[in-house]
Ligand binder design. Structure first.
Ligand code: ZN
Ligand code: ZN
Length: 385
């Protein structure tokens, strides 16, 4: 790409309002780079942020792309070169603090946008060089960006599930210690819940997925990707079903990724065995009145609040996707172009087209011609087999 060119970006300018803008291509220093965005998966966090935009910014942080430009120093540090395909993490950690040194860089305060830190998909446009989000043709690769190689044979819409699946592996494998033969209950069959199903299945667990009548289609998808049992909680009693399915032993691990309601939290505590693990991985924005805390003591439960992923779990996710073991593409429900970013965010938030799951935006995709990816594909020997 020649200098002085501009980049097309879908800028969230205020709450639920997007403008397509042309932004300047930045100078790339020796320790940084520029990514050509191939596909971006819309995250629930993007939807939540889109409703409360105070300063204009480019959203989108489940980003897959090709290294378009790279400084000499960055190429040496990251081990990638121009043309390489990568999956991005949203974090831009400092690399120096205690959390970073311990490998928990998702907790680094310099990557917390609420504390003024840098993070992909949630950094204001006024912070140079503005290209901090995936809903754009190009994204700036900061010296502290975290990149993972993404094999070329992986379908874009499957690659776009890297971060949700990384959360699945982080929470199931690393945080909850799910292992072969255990029973896991996943409450909430959305994008994140189904990613937990995939991770738990990859670990050899038996998986029961719970969802309401309104999620019937998603429950069917859960089956399609390997869930052993699904429970429609609008019609069936979850505790009774789990007890039945486990001959009264109950689940080893129950994870709640439903976004609303205290009910699933209380059900999680009842559906798990004595000494089991209850994982809470979605904000409820409400309190639970008259909660009997003694249930946790009496059942000797571990209750864990979980957020985000680590370098290791992203690698697990990339390997799982690249293995082709699961038909992950069935989770892709809607695909939009950059011009349709607003529609993508609305659909993912339940205000647009029906039955959203993985909603993806492809900045170079348009209905009038082949995508950049398709062009690259035709010259890619690995895809020709
Ligand atoms: Zn996300
Ligand atoms: Zn740090």
């Amino acid at each position: 790409m020649a200098l002085s060119e501009t980049v097309l970006a879908a800028v969230a300018v205020s709450s639920k309002k997007t403008e397509l803008r042309e932004l300047q291509v930045p100078e790339i220093p020796a320790d940084a780079g520029l990514l050509q965005v191939e596909v971006v998966g819309v995250c629930g966090t993007d939807v939540a942020n889109y409703a409360h935009i105070q300063e204009p910014r480019i959203l989108g942080h489940h980003v897959i792309g090709f290294v378009d430009k790279i400084g000499r120093e960055a190429a040496r540090r990251w081990g990638v070169k121009e043309g390489d395909r990568v999956a991005m993490e949203e974090y831009i950690p400092c690399g120096q603090c205690g959390e970073c040194r311990r490998g928990r860089y998702r907790a680094c305060r310099f990557t917390d946008s609420h504390l003024g830190g840098l993070r992909y998909g949630n950094t204001p446009l006024h912070v140079p060089p503005a290209l901090w989000g995936g809903f754009a043709q190009y994204m700036y690769l900061h010296p502290n960006a975290v990149l993972h190689s993404m094999p070329l044979h992986v379908l874009p819409v499957e690659a776009a599930l890297t971060l949700p699946l990384a959360n699945g592996f982080e929470w199931m494998a690393i945080e909850c210690g799910v292992s072969f033969g255990q029973t896991v209950v996943v409450q909430g069959p959305g994008q994140q819940g189904l990613a937990c199903v995939l991770a738990a299945k990859a670990l050899g667990a038996r998986v029961i997925v719970a969802g309401r009548e309104t999620s019937r289609r998603r429950l069917e998808l859960a089956k399609a990707i390997g869930a052993d049992e699904v429970v429609n909680v609008s019609r069936e009693n979850l505790i009774e079903r789990v007890s039945q399915l486990t001959s009264g032993r109950l689940a080893d691990v129950v994870i709640d990724v439903t976004s609303s309601g205290a009910g699933p939290v209380l059900q999680s505590i009842e559906a798990v065995k004595r000494g089991g693990v209850v994982a809470l991985a979605a904000y409820k924005h409400q309190t639970i009145a008259d909660f009997d805390i003694d249930r946790i003591v009496a059942k000797s439960l571990s209750v864990r609040g979980l957020r985000g992923h680590s370098h290791r779990s992203v690698e697990m996710a990339v390997n799982c996707i690249a293995s082709g073991v699961f038909p992950m593409h069935v989770l892709n429900s809607h695909n939009y172009s950059l011009h349709q970013t607003d529609a993508a965010l609305r659909t993912a938030g339940g205000e647009g087209e029906s039955n959203p799951l993985l909603v993806a935006v492809s900045p170079f995709e348009n209905r009038n011609g082949p995508s950049e990816f398709a062009k690259r594909e035709s010259t890619n020997v690995y895809r020709k087999e």
